[in-house]
Structures are given as C-alpha cells and as structure tokens.
Design a binder for this molecule. Structure first.
Ligand SMILES: CC(C)(COP(=O)(O)OP(=O)(O)OC[C@H]1O[C@@H](n2cnc3c(N)ncnc32)[C@H](O)[C@@H]1OP(=O)(O)O)[C@@H](O)C(=O)NCCC(=O)NCCS
Length: 147
C-alpha cells in the first residue's frame, strides 16, 4: 500500500503505540511501558524508535535502544491486518540501520517463550537464537524503594 510510511516515533504517538501493544498477543508489557518511561526512552534514543503509519494511524512500531555497548530491539509489532506484506522486515531493518549508525555492532532482542511463532521471522532476517545465555532480571525499582 502506497501511503504506508515509517517515521520517527513522537511523544504524541505513545498512547496509540500502547494501544497497539495491548491489543497484540506476544508483546510483553511491563515497567517501562507507560507514558513517562516511554518519553524518557525516546528522548534517550531519538533516532531508533519508529512507527509505521497508514492514514495517520499507527499500525506498527519498533523501539531501538543503545546503551553505549549493545543495541536492543523492543516491541517490533505490525498490526495483524498488515502482516506478511514486508513491513515487519522494513521496520526491523530501519531500526538496525539506525542502531548501526550509533556504532551498536551487536544487537539483542527478547522473545517470550509463550511466543515461539515469531522465531521463524527473526531467523529469516538472519538473527541467531542464543542457546548459551540465560536472562537474569533484577527489579531495581522495587528493591530501591524499600531502603
Ligand atoms: C513479527 C511481526 C512483526 C512480523 O511482521 P510482518 O510484517 O508480518 O513480517 P514480514 O511480512 O516483514 O515478513 C518478513 C519475512 O518473514 C516471514 N515471516 C513473517 N512472520 C513469520 C513467522 N511468524 N514465522 C516465519 N516467517 C515469518 C515472511 O513470510 C517474510 O518472508 P519472505 O521475506 O521470504 O517473504 C508480526 O508477526 C507481529 O507483529 N507479530 C506480533 C508481535 C510480536 O510477536 N512481535 C515480536 C515481539 S519479540
């Protein structure tokens, strides 16, 4: 479709991005997925957070983040009515291009174990499923507030 564009995400897009994620099984929402945190994330990563737009509606997203050492991809989503038309690939490629421009030579992403359907997509794009790493997480906010 001609009028579908990839654009930099703006703060005013956030409520619509959240709506899309809430409607999409496979997207793990957690701390960081609220207006304040997402605004901060987008300010820190002004070139790597993208939306896919069709007639002013947000039909896709990807958040790229760079911590100075590694790049990360979060919330790659294409609305179900627009899948399998190459947009997921384009969003991912653009986010990777922008992360590479920041010198993020290695990029990671997380896939929920409840969402194995997506693995084939990433493998097709050349991503490698790691078998040598386990993820450990620490809820720093909760612990810090106890002190
Ligand atoms: C993953 C997702 C973004 C893919 O978007 P999409 O626009 O449908 O993907 P594309 O059309 O760009 O697909 C690119 C290629 O991958 C293939 N592909 C797409 N989804 C696939 C899947 N689930 N399994 C295997 N291959 C897949 C396509 O056939 C296409 O192959 P081709 O290049 O040989 O033609 C989309 O399925 C989605 O939003 N899923 C729900 C949200 C989600 O789980 N996100 C990931 C969170 S980690």
């Amino acid at each position: 479709m001609e009028s579908i564009t990839i654009e930099l995400a703006r703060q005013t897009d956030i409520p619509y991005m959240l709506e899309l994620w809430q409607d999409t099984p496979g997207v793990g929402l957690g701390p960081g997925d609220d207006e304040i945190s997402l605004t901060a994330f987008m300010q820190r990563n002004p070139t790597t957070c993208l939306v896919l737009k069709y007639q002013d509606s947000i039909i896709g997203t990807v958040l790229g983040g760079f911590d100075g050492r590694r790049g990360y991809i979060y919330h790659l989503v294409v609305h179900k009515d627009f899948r399998r038309q190459g947009y997921g690939k384009k969003l991912l490629q653009e986010a990777v291009k922008q992360l590479k421009a920041l010198k993020a030579d290695k990029i990671h992403l997380f896939v929920l174990k409840t969402n194995p359907e997506v693995e084939g997509f990433y493998e097709k794009q050349g991503w490698i499923k790691r078998k040598d790493i386990e993820i450990f997480s620490f809820n720093a906010k909760d612990k810090g507030e106890e002190e």
